[in-house]
Design a protein around this ligand. Sequence first.
Ligand code: ZN
Length: 359
Amino acid sequence: MVLQPSNPFSQRNGRRTHQKETSYVMKKSLIGADLGGTNIRVGAISLQGKILHFKKESTNPENGKDLVIRKLLLMLKKTIQEEKAQGRKPVALGIGAPGVIRIRQGIVVSSPNLPDWIHVPLKKIAGREIGLPVVVENDANAAAYGEQWMGAGKGANSMICITLGTGVGGGIILNHRVWHGEDGMAAEVGHTTVNPDGPRCKCGNTGCLEVYASATGIISEVRRRLKREESVLKDLDRKQEGKITAEDVFRSARAGDLLSLRVIRQMGRYLGIGIANLVNIFNPELIVLSGGVTAAWKDFMPMVLEEVRSRAFEVPRDRAKILKAKLGDHAGIIGAAGVALQMLKGFKGSRVQEFKRTT
Ligand SMILES: [Zn+2]
């Protein structure tokens, strides 16, 4: 029993009321941070995975890593102060960071979105400044865990999350845990080959899923086709001085533009090939798709389903549901907090278990 007899929320007439139990549980909270190349998000999250409050600021990585770290620490300290003012005590901090992360040491080894971050001991720095147990997780893994904990994959035992954004990221959850691989490099779904003769990817390979299924890839494909095909995007491109966006492509597809539709259908085809491979390898319960490109869901999903139907084996294919993510931009902070809670369970298993039992 974790509650002390002197605790005002503990017992009354031998029974605890529901409201008072909730008040007691709410006294502990988690802090989740999502350090992105564009924005830093920091939030206070309840032990049950609900966002209590959050803040967002621009990262401005061009100002250098020291200023980015200072901004992150300031946001963390403010959030912790706010929690204390609300009568809650944060018990752990999870930070999702982009790039290659040494999980155990909490070191950001390198990051394409934060170019001057080379071997940054983020866990050590945050631990020293914040004074909480800290875990640093890859941002795509954190988002995947967030979706599995509180979003589209709630309660799923195994799930693969594919983020279709500027690039294509991935996170693999097996037996309710993030699968990191031996070197923390697992789940690079965006850089699996779906067409060996495809265009070159920024990773150096050719025909990666990312060159087809990311916003950047979609725009590049539109540009290649604009040289030989007609489209409403030609005028738009001229008007916007070469700055067409993936949203422009989705909009013109909905208006019936054939070039846009062909690009999105091709994207669906290659995404379907990638998903069929994952279904055959992992036999997962769920595939969850997140990111801005899912705005074109209705246009690309028929192709995805066709490829999965024709390429994946029947049993894993019938098992794997393909769902749209639910948490949007909050997946990262919720997931980072969730990973921190898992860490805490590892260190202080029985205590956290007892807290959870009171819900
Ligand atoms: Zn690649």
